[in-house]
Design a protein around this ligand. Structure first.
Ligand code: ADP
Ligand code: NI
Length: 194
């Protein structure tokens, strides 16, 4: 299985090395490393955690449009049907958009990967990713409102509230620290803005 996990990393590297909205290979690797860290002490299948974390953003409709099935293609080639189902179920239901649609993850493996992905939207890296995503999608940095599509508005609409959505205790602690940092960043941002 270790070889397959290595192949999954290479597959993601090959497919999203030029992705510039914060969902690149390095994001996948951070989510993978954080998921393994969060999984310590839990009775979970680390192969499921690893594969879901590494492959989770390959087919995100926000990035590659609908009908992309790269992750499934990879899994079909390398793992059993049972594994394919478990990993795809996590990937299909872990996003914030899925959450807003009322979808919930049933497995602990999924909840851990979801926490790791959400944590990467927070802190210094979360700030960088928010601006990268905004710029790539044609949104302003800030437009004197927190109710529009600007990057700063996105902090208030989503990022600063992610702590309560964390499934694991450790992720909640990390989220709180990172959100504290973001609030300090916003304080400085508005000081300069004025
Ligand atoms: P998920 O990880 O649940 O799929 P997203 O892909 O929506 O969530 O978010 C991933 C990253 O993209 C986050 O770091 C987030 O800040 C950024 N992002 C998503 N939507 C926006 C937006 N409207 N404006 C700014 N950044 C966004
Ligand atoms: Ni992600």
């Amino acid at each position: 299985m270790e070889t397959i996990i290595e192949k999954a990393k290479q597959f993601v590297k090959a497919n999203c090395s030029t992705e510039s909205s914060g969902h690149d290979y390095h994001h996948a690797m951070r989510v993978y490393n954080m998921a393994l860290y969060l999984a310590v002490g839990y009775d979970v299948d680390l192969n499921i955690v690893s594969l879901a974390a590494i492959l989770h953003d390959l087919d995100d409709p926000k990035i590659v449009g609908d009908n992309s099935q790269l992750a499934l293609g990879f899994l079909k080639e390398h793992v059993s049907l049972d594994y394919q189902k478990q990993v795809i179920d996590i990937i299909n239901n872990m996003s914030y958009t899925s959450y807003l649609q009322g979808k919930r993850l049933s497995s602990l493996e999924g909840k851990i990967v979801q926490d790791a992905d959400r944590l990467d939207a927070l802190g210094a890296i979360g700030i960088a990713r928010c601006f990268a995503f905004s710029g790539k999608n044609g949104h302003l940095i800030y437009d004197n409102s927190i109710d529009d599509k600007s990057a700063i508005a996105h902090f208030y609409q989503k990022l600063l509230n992610l702590d309560v959505l964390m499934n694991t205790t450790e992720a909640k602690i990390i989220a709180n620290n990172r959100i504290e940092f973001m609030k300090n960043y916003l304080e400085q941002f508005f000081k300069e803005w004025r």
